[in-house]
Design a binder for this molecule. Sequence first.
Ligand code: ADP
Length: 272
Amino acid sequence: NQHCRLSIQVHPYAGNRRMLLTRDVTSLEQAEAMRRDFVANVSHEIRTPLTVLAGFVETLQNLPLDADERARYLHLMSQQSHRMETLVNDLLTLSRLEGSSAPPPNRWIRVRALLAQCEDEARGLSSRLSQQGHRLSFTMEADTEIAGVSTELQSAMSNLVSNALRYTPPGGEVTVLWRLLPDGRGEFSVRDTGPGIAAEHIPRLTERFYRIDRSRSRETGGTGLGLAIVKHIAQRHGAELRIESKVGEGSRFTLVFPVTRLRRTPAVSAVA
Ligand code: ADP
């Protein structure tokens, strides 16, 4: 293996003889490099809004601004603080998820409630992103419950819907569907008519801070941690995260949940 890294140590051994100890340190070095990258990324992500904030404070202190200009600067400062807060919250969520290997409690969560909250958030976000908004559709084919932690499930689903909206230009279409597969598993999917993702990026999207278009991500309030969080939540629930996409056509992100149970209500209903 040409990428293998060996550590070689020479130790005295019986008289004049020497003992050669070799150890494969490839994975240790890789882990250390990943840790260094992560710390560098976090520092960079926090420094950027901090520098902007410091600049605004200086301007407010030193320039004679009228009330409108002051209000504008304060608004920009509040955006930057909000961005730092989101980043720190995402980092805490990720570290909590990575630090706990315990399986999530198996409580039954009603999908209808999860979808309704996704829809509320989506309509709010879509109108904040553009006046024109998006064509949004939410459909629930079966009134189901899934086993898991409600806050985590909500966060994973909302993350996928928010990404679809943030990367799809105004006027585009975002379609959210919950359905049961023939084998009884439950499928949550979010399809968009956005830019699509080239095949070489797809396997890396769930890495922390991996972003295809850094500025688009920042402009729309992204931290680069969303899909890493979704991946961890999916793993804790035994769910599978699938990403399908075609450049120029759009993307489809799917979570497939293994444990579901049907509620005794009509089979097809739109989430109100
Ligand atoms: P971010 O906060 O940057 O959105 P994520 O981890 O949620 O971070 O996503 C990682 C990257 O994957 C994004 O920066 C973006 O480049 C790409 N991405 C995610 N969802 C979509 C989507 N629906 N359409 C196109 N690109 C997407």
